[in-house]
Design a protein around this ligand. Structure first.
Ligand SMILES: [Zn+2]
Length: 324
């Protein structure tokens, strides 16, 4: 099941049914990276929300096979896989889940680089895109499954454990923390380094786990950017990314100013009350001026892409001619 993203109304209201207790593997995919040092205003708020919404969509599109989404929790996706029996699954299944999460991590980083390199403007939120990262918490256990309207509510001690583990002793931003309870359910590719850890879970006690670190996780934004090779994309792809992103942010801002879309609550950005975005006068001005400002913005942003691509092509050809 795929839930509605924040700001959209549920399309279907499901019948409520009594909860059923099942054996599940529980997953949290959590986005972090915007810092408290950012200057927050209506502009950065709107741009950051557009970024996080797209990154949440990216995660939802790449979940491991058999995943069902419980709900979106701010900047995190809470999802689960039903186990056929309480015991460990065949090893191929665990490897497939691990490979799927590794692929999700890679796709997420590609999207971060794409959004960062085709950014809409130079505000704090747009310049901060390159610092956004995803981490996973994985735990297995029993939970009561209770469909409530358009999402699935999970309840039980193991659901509390997976959420409490978001606060942990891991000092890096990109990792998968897999509890010993889920050790047989997920096995990451060998290039993901791993070590054991013991986490103190508030009100529950000590939880043994394994921390997997993706290859190249220690690198900064520039390292990720160069590893994924965004510069080598064809010019047409770069122009398309820039145009699509410009359109998306422009319309998101317009809808928010008009009061047509709700502001979702993300942990990565300040509370919605922090800034008053709905401004009828400005909305009317933006609407009236849109047929002029949007094409101008598109042309301006396309010219920026052309300039950047030409600079890169020149430096790349200089680099290759300097090679012996
Ligand atoms: Zn911006």
């Amino acid at each position: 099941m795929r839930p509605e993203l924040p700001g959209r109304q549920p399309a279907v209201v499901q019948q409520q049914s009594p909860p059923v207790v099942e054996d599940l593997v529980l997953f949290l995919a959590d986005i972090s990276g915007y810092t408290s040092f950012m200057k927050w205003n209506v502009e950065t708020l709107v741009h950051s929300q557009a970024v996080i919404t797209i990154l949440l969509e990216t995660i939802l599109d790449r979940l491991p096979a058999g995943s069902e989404v419980s709900k979106l929790e701010g900047d995190a996706v809470f999802f689960y896989v039903r186990k056929r029996d309480p015991g460990p699954p065949p090893r191929e299944e665990a490897l497939a889940t691990g490979r799927a999460l590794a692929s999700l991590w890679e796709t997420f980083n590609r999207k971060v680089v794409e959004l960062s390199r085709s950014r809409y403007c130079e505000c704090d939120a747009c310049r901060g895109i390159e610092n956004l990262r995803v981490k996973f918490i994985v735990h297995a256990g029993k939970a009561a499954i209770h469909p409530v309207r358009h999402f699935v509510e999970l309840a039980g001690l193991d659901v509390i454990v997976v959420h409490r583990l978001l606060k942990n002793s891991v000092g890096t931003r990109e990792y998968a923390l897999v509890t010993d309870g889920a050790a047989a359910d997920v096995e990451f590719p060998p290039e993901w380094a791993s070590c054991t850890s013991r986490e103190e879970c508030e009100g529950i006690g000590s939880v043994a786990a394994r921390v997997y670190t993706p290859p190249g996780a220690a690198g900064g934004a520039a390292e990720v950017d160069s590893r994924l090779g965004y510069d080598r994309h064809p010019l047409a792809t770069k122009v398309w990314h820039k145009a699509r992103w410009t359109w998306r942010v422009f319309t998101a801002e317009l809808l928010l100013r008009c009061g047509f879309s709700r502001r979702p609550a993300y942990r990565n950005v300040p509370p919605a009350e922090a800034t008053a975005a709905v401004d009828p006068v400005l909305a009317v001005v933006m609407l009236v001026a849109a047929p002029i400002t949007l094409p101008v913005l598109l042309v301006q942003n396309t010219l920026t892409v052309l300039q950047e691509h030409r600079d890169w092509a020149r430096s790349a050809s200089r680099g290759s001619s300097a090679q012996p």
